[in-house]
Design a protein around this ligand. Structure first.
Ligand SMILES: Nc1ncnc2c1ncn2[C@@H]1O[C@H](COP(=O)(O)OP(=O)(O)OP(=O)(O)O)[C@@H](O)[C@H]1O
Ligand SMILES: [Mg+2]
Length: 281
């Protein structure tokens, strides 16, 4: 049996809830979800469907209005447990500028472990290792505000890695980046998962990022409406469209050409189109 890291049981969250918890519509509504050690899970969903709220429930920034969130068995209740949970589940947000606190790259990465009271020698080791793991070691003495968006976001990721969290939730980490910045950051995320075994939850609007995950979870109006492997989820083109979502271009093209559903890679798509054209000649 695989080890669960994050466990949500019938979790509902209402912003500005009154004493009965019924003022607003729930931002997250009766969600149950398990995230297993070493997994790479992508979360998709239309604007305002509750993805960021779900993320903040997973690392105890918010406590559920109803239901329970546990991280490695620790319930997300109270400040002390919240601190413990945030040492296990780190978070990277959309805007790298809001996450950088120091004027030199390596000082920024050291900030988290310093706050945890880690020994200076150990901090040095962690900072170097974290910067190497996101390919930013050569820029360790640079000023963060002079870096590109993708580089800044990789510094923010190194900051979380240096805290040695087992799991990282990324809330649209590439939304503000140009295509090359997006590629750099996605490559870094995949490396953390595959080479360092860090459990990843990636919230994204980009379907080509979601196809890289082991599991895709689709949300709408606070609830999980579908989940499965990328191939399973992206086979359901009509369902995704109904909920205002795109499908990867390869899936769309193969579907419209009648070449099958759930094609999630351009290589596979090209093979299918070539086979069709070959057959037609
Ligand atoms: N601080 C807040 N106070 C009150 N309501 C909020 C707050 N933050 C979010 N909401 C509401 O909760 C719902 C879910 O918001 P959330 O930010 O979790 O969605 P999201 O899926 O992350 O959206 P996006 O794709 O735009 O980032 C929305 O209706 C939103 O308006
Ligand atoms: Mg959001």
């Amino acid at each position: 049996m695989q080890e669960k890291i994050i466990e949500l049981k019938n979790v509902t969250f209402v912003y500005d809830a009154d004493e009965e918890g019924k003022t607003n519509k729930p931002a997250v509504n009766d969600v149950s979800l398990d995230i297993y050690k070493g997994e790479f899970v992508a979360v998709l969903g239309h604007n305002g469907c509750g993805k960021s709220t779900l993320a903040k429930l997973c690392n105890a920034i918010y406590e559920p209005t109803e239901g329970a969130v546990t991280v490695k068995g620790i319930p997300s209740e109270g400040e002390e447990n919240g601190d413990k949970i945030r040492r296990i589940v780190g978070m990277v947000f959309q805007n790298p500028d809001n996450q950088i606190v120091a004027t030199i790259v390596e000082d920024d990465v050291a900030f988290g472990p310093e706050n945890l009271g880690v020994e200076p020698k150990e901090i040095r080791r962690r900072v170097d290792e974290a910067l190497k793991s996101v390919n930013m070691y050569d820029m360790r003495e640079r000023e963060p505000h002079k870096l590109s968006g993708g580089q800044k976001q990789r510094v923010a990721i190194a900051g979380v890695i240096a805290m040695q969290t087992e799991s990282i939730i990324f809330d649209e980490p590439t939304a503000m980046l140009d295509p090359s910045g997006r590629k750099e950051v996605m490559a870094a995320i995949q490396r953390l998962n595959k080479e360092m075994g860090i459990t990843i939850v990636l919230i994204t609007h980009f379907m080509d990022e979601a196809v890289k995950a082991d599991r895709v979870v689709v949300m709408d109006k606070g609830s999980i409406i579908e989940q499965g492997t990328p191939r399973e989820v992206f086979s359901k083109i009509d369902l995704l469209r109904e909920h205002g979502l795109d499908v990867p271009q390869s899936a769309e093209l193969c579907h419209s050409l009648g070449l099958g559903d759930g094609v999630i890679g351009m290589d596979e798509c090209v093979d299918k189109v070539c086979a069709m054209l070959g057959g037609a000649v």
